[in-house]
Design a protein around this ligand. Structure first.
Ligand SMILES: *[C@@H]1O[C@H](CO)[C@@H](O)[C@H](O)[C@H]1NC(C)=O
Ligand SMILES: *[C@@H]1O[C@H](CO)[C@@H](O)[C@H](O)[C@H]1NC(C)=O
Ligand SMILES: *[C@@H]1O[C@H](CO)[C@@H](O)[C@H](O)[C@H]1NC(C)=O
Ligand SMILES: *[C@@H]1O[C@H](CO)[C@@H](O)[C@H](O)[C@H]1NC(C)=O
Ligand SMILES: *[C@@H]1O[C@H](CO)[C@@H](O)[C@H](O)[C@H]1NC(C)=O
Ligand SMILES: *[C@@H]1O[C@H](CO)[C@@H](O)[C@H](O)[C@H]1NC(C)=O
Ligand SMILES: *[C@@H]1O[C@H](CO)[C@@H](O)[C@H](O)[C@H]1NC(C)=O
Ligand SMILES: *[C@@H]1O[C@H](CO)[C@@H](O)[C@H](O)[C@H]1NC(C)=O
Ligand SMILES: *[C@@H]1O[C@H](CO)[C@@H](O)[C@H](O)[C@H]1NC(C)=O
Ligand SMILES: *[C@@H]1O[C@H](CO)[C@@H](O)[C@H](O)[C@H]1NC(C)=O
Ligand SMILES: *[C@@H]1O[C@H](CO)[C@@H](O)[C@H](O)[C@H]1NC(C)=O
Ligand SMILES: *[C@@H]1O[C@H](CO)[C@@H](O)[C@H](O)[C@H]1NC(C)=O
Length: 695
């Protein structure tokens, strides 16, 4: 018997997963599907697949070892083995939960009223049962321990389903499940997503201006309250209280009393400064937070680190052009850990941080003065720190850093900041600071990769975010060179193509001291959205994309589920729409937007323009209620109800306006919006699985 505490524990663990779900073509190991070198022999593919030819051969062997005499049952079990190659395998194997040896089999009873696919297709679980129940199967995937590694069957003697399960109900309780709005089950065929009809573009986005300050970063307070941290490029972080919607009030932020002031350490210039802030997921208990900034080693001795241009990556620092007269690697990119001032009784009550670094996490010298991203974000599912790094500058990535697997430039990194390595580990592994490498980083797939790397081939990722409803949607905007600004869905080991491609087109760099790079890359991942420089009216400089968020607030229901992004210079904003939902196929429209006439702070309008003059759009921000903000050179703007700007949105009338809660009290867990992906039934079926295994 299992103790009830144990069940409770499992229950709590499972509850954690309820908020998250996948979709978009994604494999069980978080990678994007790719095109196998040769057409798959056993598990046929019509294009991209989650299996390569070696996986295919392995599945074929596994199938043969099952020695199934009944041909109908054999063909069903083959389809189940090959489900691992499906483009949506992460989805049908529900990889967020306990690893499953088989996908979720579409089960009729709970989905009889489901809108997805017809009744017949949803009977796959009972079809397996009726066809296979009396058939002997060696090494049956259904007898494999559900705790075991997915896809690695426990070697068992010949079994029939009826020897393990009493009835179809028992069997389908264990393996069945249904499709719901945001997740699909396996019905024996490749997963297809139904188009729900393309929603018409929103008629416009309504803004209110709530602050005057110019900030690069906004991070909601991890305690769930209506507070958020804002930081500027010069190096200050403030803790602010966000006014309730419709209150007419402005951001409560005391410029003269920052939470932390690093302006003495931070090197501030056009593309230099405090680039990112990230608060530990358990900040409310441990008070830990991180700042990513640039410094000048000529001015601050603690700024020194290894140069990103070195012999490991075929780069000779003495050959670097003296950009702005600087010495090579004079400027560094740094991540440092800080903590709250311990005079506060609890970290979440703290209004000040200790000014000195607790720990230097990362230091790397930069070859040029541009393109070094610098955003840091905690992964909502894994708790690791993602660090966005550009190609280091220079037109056309002259040293081929972004494609070079030994360089951390032009990469997205994933670091474990909870496990501090020993000095010996740091030197043996050649780390750039005090962090550890997560065990499932992609170097485990490709030994040539530096261990920090999560994704490659970026130019200058400028603002990434995780969809708060579907954390597998890790969206990054990547700034282009001459033509195209792109939005990418970042996946493990993904190569986003720069400098071989700029957006969808082949790119030829003007100078290549590092040599020429051929376009012979088999599995580059192309952008899901973007725009040409010719699509925007640019007054100065070139276009430059600013990535935003999936809009997940019901304040403007017509924007719900759209991914928002902008051009930094042109004051243009787009809404990306995914259709079918969860497919990873996006289209985008430029949005009309304006300011509410009752905006707490008045917006400026250029003469003759119906668009407010926002000046540079540096970033977007999201608060704990999922409302979105624009952080611009002219101030902070919040997206509000469309009717306040007289924009038409039929759905707005259906949304009940919640009465504002008391200031600075964390919202209760129950009132936080839960992703629509996982039903309680899914939870119960998982519990059923566990009981089966442990009782
Ligand atoms: C490939 O395409 C054929 C014909 O369109 C279809 O019958 C088959 O199911 C597809 N197979 C896969 C694995 O998508
Ligand atoms: C496979 O099944 C056949 C009969 O269906 C049997 O003769 C043979 O011994 C089986 N092979 C193994 C390895 O069990
Ligand atoms: C399912 O459909 C049946 C008949 O079509 C209906 O009577 C029943 O109320 C529906 N159940 C749910 C939960 O919608
Ligand atoms: C999904 O597609 C199937 C087959 O084309 C169709 O029968 C079903 O009605 C569609 N469902 C929705 C929600 O569009
Ligand atoms: C399976 O066995 C049961 C009882 O042993 C029998 O009633 C049923 O007809 C068999 N089904 C098949 C498909 O052989
Ligand atoms: C497999 O068969 C052998 C010999 O009959 C038996 O000793 C063993 O317990 C069986 N294993 C399982 C897991 O049923
Ligand atoms: C699957 O269907 C069976 C009946 O065939 C039902 O008893 C069971 O509750 C369903 N399980 C799930 C997880 O939907
Ligand atoms: C945006 O505004 C312009 C001018 O007011 C109008 O012509 C256009 O139709 C609007 N676009 C949308 C999507 O409503
Ligand atoms: C914003 O700026 C305006 C004009 O400089 C000033 O009057 C106002 O007090 C400022 N408001 C806030 C909240 O800082
Ligand atoms: C903590 O805050 C108190 C009050 O603001 C201040 O006196 C003290 O110097 C701070 N300590 C540190 C280490 O910053
Ligand atoms: C690790 O952190 C300590 C304390 O901040 C610092 O002195 C040391 O230089 C760091 N090591 C590396 C490799 O950055
Ligand atoms: C650029 O990097 C790619 C990937 O490491 C490599 O295949 C190519 O040869 C490199 N090109 C040059 C000129 O170094």
């Amino acid at each position: 018997m299992i103790g009830s505490n144990f069940i409770l524990l499992i229950f709590l663990i499972l509850l954690q997963f309820l908020d998250s779900c996948f979709s978009l073509p994604l494999c069980t190991d978080s990678r994007a599907p790719s095109t196998p070198k040769a057409k798959l022999d056993f598990c046929s593919n019509n294009g991209t697949s989650c299996c390569n030819n070696a996986d295919d051969l392995r599945l074929k062997k596994q199938f043969e070892s099952m020695n199934i005499s009944d041909s109908d049952c054999a063909s069903l079990l083959k389809s189940i083995l090959c489900a691992r190659c499906d483009q949506f395998s992460a989805e049908i194997f529900r990889v967020d939960s306990i690893p499953r040896p088989v996908p979720v089999l579409c089960n009729s009873t709970i989905s009889a009223n489901s809108t997805q696919s017809g009744q017949a297709k949803n009977d796959f679980c009972s079809k397996i049962w009726t066809t296979c129940r009396n058939v002997s199967v060696l090494n049956s995937p259904f007898s494999g321990s559900l705790q075991g590694r997915a896809g690695a069957p426990v070697v068992l003697n010949s079994t029939k389903l009826t020897e393990v399960w009493q009835s179809q109900k028992d069997f389908c309780d264990a393996f069945g499940g249904a499709s719901d709005d945001e997740s699909v089950c396996f019905n024996g065929e490749p997963v297809t997503l139904n188009s729900t009809g393309i929603p018409s573009p929103p008629s416009g986005m309504c803004l209110e201006k709530i602050g005057n300050g110019s900030y690069l970063n906004m991070a909601p307070h991890p305690d769930g309250s209506n507070r958020a941290f804002f930081s500027n490029q010069q190096g200050k972080i403030w803790l602010a209280t966000i006014p309730n919607e419709e209150s007419g009030e402005t951001l409560e932020l005391d410029e003269s009393s920052p939470f932390l002031d690093l302006t003495d350490e931070v090197h501030f210039d056009t593309q230099f400064g405090m680039m990112g802030i990230a608060f530990h997921p358990k900040f409310s208990e441990n008070g830990r937070f991180f700042a990513s900034f640039n410094c000048d080693k000529a001015k601050w001795p603690e700024c020194g680190g290894r140069c990103a241009c070195n012999s490991d990556v075929n780069c000779d620092p003495s050959e670097l052009g003296n950009d702005n007269g600087a010495q090579p690697c004079q400027y560094q990119t740094v991540i440092a850990e800080f903590t709250v001032n311990d005079t506060a009784s609890q970290p979440s009550m703290a209004t000040k941080a200790k000014p000195s670094e607790v720990r230097r996490v990362f230091t790397m010298g930069l070859p040029f003065t541009a393109h070094h991203g610098g955003q840091i974000l905690f992964g909502p599912r894994d708790g690791y720190l993602y660090f966005m790094m550009g190609d280091g500058g220079g037109t056309g990535d002259p040293y081929n850093f972004s494609q070079n697997k030994k360089s951390l430039l032009g990469k997205i990194m994933r670091l474990d900041i909870d496990t501090t390595p020993s000095a010996k580990d740091i030197s043996q592994l050649g780390l750039w600071g005090n962090y550890s490498i997560p065990k499932d980083n992609p170097y485990t797939i490709d030994a040539d990769l530096q261990q920090e790397i999560w994704a490659t081939g970026l130019r200058n990722p400028w603002r990434c975010s995780f969809d708060s409803t579907r954390p597998s949607y890790f969206m990054c905007a990547d700034t282009g060179q001459d033509q195209y600004e792109e939005v990418d869905v970042i996946t493990k080991y993904g190569n986003y193509g720069w400098r071989v491609y700029e957006g969808p087109s082949v790119y030829t760099p003007p100078t290549t001291p590092g040599g020429n790079t051929s376009a012979k890359f088999t599995s580059l991942i192309f952008p899901v959205m973007g725009y040409n420089h010719s699509d925007v009216n640019i007054n100065e400089g070139s276009a430059s994309i600013t990535g935003g968020y999936f809009y997940r607030s019901m304040t403007d229901p017509c924007l719900y589920g759209r991914y928002l992004f902008a051009d930094l210079y042109a004051g243009a904003i787009w809404a990306g729409t995914e259709n079918p939902i969860s497919s990873g196929n996006f289209s985008s429209n430029k949005l009309n937007f304006t300011c509410a006439s009752d905006s707490p702070l008045k917006c400026n309008f250029s003469p003759g323009s119906s668009f407010p003059a926002l000046s540079y759009i540096f970033s977007f921000g999201e608060d704990n209620n999922k409302n979105l903000y624009l952080l611009t050179n002219s101030g902070v703007y919040r997206i509000v109800r469309p009717s306040r700007c007289k924009y038409e949105c039929a759905k707005e009338k259906d949304v009940k306006i919640e009465s504002p809660g008391p200031v600075s009290s964390p919202p209760s867990k129950a009132s936080r919006s839960r992703g629509p992906c996982k039903s309680l039934l899914a939870l119960l079926s998982l519990l059923g699985l566990l009981l089966l295994n442990f009782v």
